[in-house]
Design a protein around this ligand. Structure first.
Ligand code: PBG
Length: 334
């Protein structure tokens, strides 16, 4: 973009429009509201530990605690949440059967949440990593490789199960091929016509998910093994655009880039290439870096949180998943 009107200094003085807070505010090119923010929550079984060492300020909630917590979340203006379960090791298995159990942690909690707060938009992760012994998002074959086509069948059943328990948005985060298509077909077949699909379409094989895996109890399970045969290589941008366009074609209502902060080029490129809503996930590692550095007084907490989120918004995201969401909603709406 070339500004033909500018004859340069002193006709143009950039500082004129930055001279006071009101000037800066009326000329802000983007803004952040509570509509933009999704708050993720970790769930636990009754007798499990609430503490997450790698994510100070975050915890795991049991069914009763989450209901209590959500009252204030809704009061403060948050309209959507995402829930992630930490399932007991004894319920994990090779084929992740627990994912399809109608009384698993997610299904039980969904029923409670939707009964109490029917308008709250609840987003559920569709992936098997909470339920597999391997900590992988898919089912392994006898060679130890992920069986793509077997996995997506299971994911489609899981999506229908969660939808029938009240989940508004199913969010496949597994990066298997063809999962959006099969999930959409299955939802239609079961008359779940209003269930949205938010596809984690541009999900990179990132090292910044480590605190999340601790929160879910899959960190030890996955060990030194990597998700690189399904998640996208962080060196690639066009592959991420391609995956996202493919998921739109297969029936996604919303696509997502994840992580967010180091991937703003992907967000902005995708924004130019698609016209459906675009989400971005500020992941656990991005959260913990700011949180821990500011706990140590190295960074200013509030300013860094706001900068990180505004920059994601500016790059083109419509919806941001962030562990800071609830607190930021309080700052915005006070
Ligand atoms: C599970 C899933 C992950 C995240 C969201 N869903 C981890 C992974 O793929 O290993 C990461 C979220 C975060 O780090 O905050 N498929």
């Amino acid at each position: 973009m070339i500004n033909f009107h500018s004859r340069g200094f002193p006709y143009h003085r950039g500082r004129r429009l930055r001279q006071s807070k009101n000037f800066r505010e009326i000329f802000s090119e983007s803004s952040l509201t509570t509509n933009d923010l999704v708050m993720p929550y970790f769930l636990r079984e009754e007798d499990d530990n609430p503490e997450i060492d790698g994510m100070p300020g975050m915890r795991r909630y049991n069914e009763k605690e989450i209901i209590n917590e959500l009252k204030s979340t809704i009061d403060i203006g948050i309209k959507s949440i995402a829930i992630f379960p930490k399932v007991h090791d004894k319920k994990k298995s090779e084929e992740a059967e627990e994912a399809l159990n109608n009384s698993n942690l997610i299904c039980r909690t969904l029923r409670k949440i939707k009964n109490k707060f029917p308008d709250l938009i609840v987003i559920c992760d569709i992936a098997l990593d909470s339920y597999t012994n391997s900590g992988h998002d898919g089912i392994l074959n006898s060679m130890g490789q992920i069986d793509n086509d077997k996995t997506i069948e299971q994911l489609a059943k899981m999506a229908v199960l969660f939808a029938s328990n009240g989940c508004d948005v199913v969010a496949p985060s597994d990066m298997m091929d063809g999962r959006v298509k099969i999930i959409r077909n299955q939802l239609e077949k079961e008359k779940k016509i209003n269930t949205c699909i938010l596809s984690y379409s541009a999900k990179f094989c990132s090292n910044f998910y480590a605190p999340f895996r601790e929160a879910l109890g899959s960190k030890e399970k996955i060990g030194k093994s990597s998700k690189s045969t399904y998640q996208i290589n962080y060196k690639n941008k066009y592959e991420a655009i391609n995956e996202s366009l493919e998921d739109i074609f297969e029936g996604a209502d919303i696509v997502m880039v994840k992580p967010a902060g180091y991937y703003l080029d992907v967000i902005s490129e995708l924004r130019k290439n698609c016209s459906i809503p675009l989400a971005a996930y500020q992941v656990s590692g991005e959260y913990s870096m700011i949180k821990i550095a500011s706990d140590k007084k190295i960074l200013d907490y509030k300013n860094c949180v706001l900068e990180s989120l505004h920059c994601i918004k500016r790059s083109g995201a419509d919806l941001i998943f962030s562990y800071f969401s609830k607190e930021v909603a309080g700052w915005i709406n006070k």
